[in-house]
Design a binder for this molecule. Structure first.
Ligand SMILES: [Ca+2]
Ligand SMILES: [Ca+2]
Ligand SMILES: [Ca+2]
Length: 252
């Protein structure tokens, strides 16, 4: 009974308090004393609920499906392989190797890459006689990257790597979100140290890199300082747990 009395007293105090203070701030809602009692506390909570609703309406994140490699080397290799030489890009998502069959987006830089093209060196004039401007050379995992001979897996005189040229770019689209995956880029480390930076970007309508929509914006996911290979663990997306659950269900 003591408790009940205390509660009643508290209720009366709250009502009084409301009538004196809160109601003056909420005059429109509290013209009637009864509405005021119910309205002051509950109104605040309803407002918070509205904020949650807005959170749910935010546009879904795009798939960051493209590994974009940008050459930042400075020394020009004179043997037809200027810029970083990308042997391949290996992607591991949850223990599964992910590959791409799509021709990579290739924007060759300067320096005279061995191959066809207006400002590039004709194959016949290269020391190796192997074109170094075939972006498909980067579609394997790069573990076999013979520097001189063509890739034995292809009969098109394909190099085992593609040279980017100075400031050149290569974008490999894996067709799925790469968040939570480990990405290994293999660069053929030769005589020259040829550095590059890596971005993980969304695709535009053509499947090419949308450089305005990359993970961490303008900050590279990796930047080499000795050329060669680099391995990057991409953090999982927020709320990734749900996605993984669905994926495992599909496989089962
Ligand atoms: Ca090179
Ligand atoms: Ca290759
Ligand atoms: Ca190199």
């Amino acid at each position: 009974m003591e408790t009940l009395k205390k509660l009643l007293a508290l209720f009366a105090a709250v009502s009084l308090c409301c009538a004196v203070t809160a109601c003056t701030e909420l005059e429109e809602d509290c013209g009637d004393g009864d509405i005021c009692d119910a309205g002051v506390g509950a109104g605040g909570e309803i407002g918070e609920g509205g904020a949650d609703g807005e959170g749910g309406a935010v546009e879904p994140e795009p798939d960051y499906s493209i590994v974009l490699i940008r050459d930042i080397s400075t020394e020009i290799n004179g043997a037809g392989t200027p810029g970083s030489d990308i042997c391949g890009v290996a992607v591991d998502c949850g223990g599964e190797a992910v590959t791409s069959n799509r021709v990579p987006t290739y924007d060759p830089g300067t320096g005279g890459i061995c191959g066809q093209g207006t400002d590039q060196e004709p194959v016949g004039e290269c020391d190796s006689g192997v074109a170094r401007n075939n972006p498909n050379a980067a579609l394997d995992d790069g573990m076999v990257c013979e520097p001189v001979d063509p890739d034995p897996n292809f009969d098109d005189n394909r190099s085992c790597y593609v040279s980017l040229g100075i400031d050149g770019e290569l974008g490999v689209n894996f067709g799925r979100d790469l968040q939570g995956c480990t990405i290994t880029i293999v660069e053929h480390a030769g005589r020259d140290t040829e550095n590059y930076e890596v971005f993980i970007c969304a695709a535009d309508a053509n499947g090419d890199p949308d450089t305005d929509t990359c993970l961490n914006g303008d900050i590279a996911a990796a930047t080499t300082d000795m050329g060669g290979s680099v391995s990057i663990e991409i953090a999982a997306a927020e709320g990734e747990d749900e996605g993984e659950g669905e994926g495992e269900g599909d496989e089962g």
